[in-house]
Design a protein around this ligand. Sequence first.
Ligand code: B12
Length: 219
Amino acid sequence: MTDKKVPENFAEDLSKALAGGLKEEAVAATEAALAAGVDPLALIQQVVVPTLTEVGRRFEDLDIFLPELMAAGEAGNASSKVIEDAVTSSGMQVQSKGVIILGTVKGDIHDIGKNIVASLFKAHGYKVIDVGKDVSAATFIETAEENKADVIAASALMSITRAGCREIADLLSELQLEDKYKFIIGGGSTDQEYADEIGADGYAFAASGAVELVNSLLQ
Ligand code: B12
């Protein structure tokens, strides 16, 4: 989505703070980068996502343990919040291009990626109703019904929770609502193959792709 390179010093400061689980330092490094004019989307793509992915790999390899993983997650969320505010205020549009219900599926509390996706949708003119994390299929659909939504978007990060996406797809078809909403999925435990398998309308690997996907589905 952006080719602007994050200057080495800003990338290094933020990456170190995130990997070390240092929330205040991560916020300060994010604010310093944004104040110096670093592109917020470049910060996400070039620093936040790769750093947290590396933290996940180290957790998997037992190089670090749950407390470190949690601290990195919290630092990531704090940094993402600062980036989200910057993206939202820079791209705010008056007219909504559509209403998107976005949340993390039942049993799954990972919400950093979801929050980033939310801020990009907002920046591109969509109204986002964020239903939060650990959300049941019924809540996704009830919220869509109550708010005349166009899209239901679900995030799932773990192999055991991605079934939450299938539950939404199944409930939509049980209620004969599958043609009323575009249903899309994303997050580390999902892929295009799984989207096809459960009958979702689309999948995107990253936040930028999520915006392109919704643009094309609602065209
Ligand atoms: C941070 C983190 C945490 C934090 C979460 C904090 C938070 N508020 O989110 C904490 C510490 C709480 C946590 C807890 C756990 N975690 Co965790 N966590 C991570 C970690 C390191 C990073 C995730 C992240 O935020 N990535 C950065 C964001 C920006 O990327 P993203 O989420 O992928 O989102 C991008 C795209 O996927 C996409 N996207 C995301 N959502 C959507 C939605 C739509 C619709 C679309 C189109 C696109 C899209 O756009 C985003 C931006 O580009 C990952 C490792 C990893 N490699 O993913 C493990 C990881 C997901 N966690 C894991 C595990 C096992 C757990 C725990 C069970 C640990 C434990 N033993 O207790 C618990 C789960 C608790 C629960 N019930 O959910 C495993 C899952 C393994 C698996 N495949 O099932 C991982 C993969 C680590 C690992 N390698 O083992 N975790």
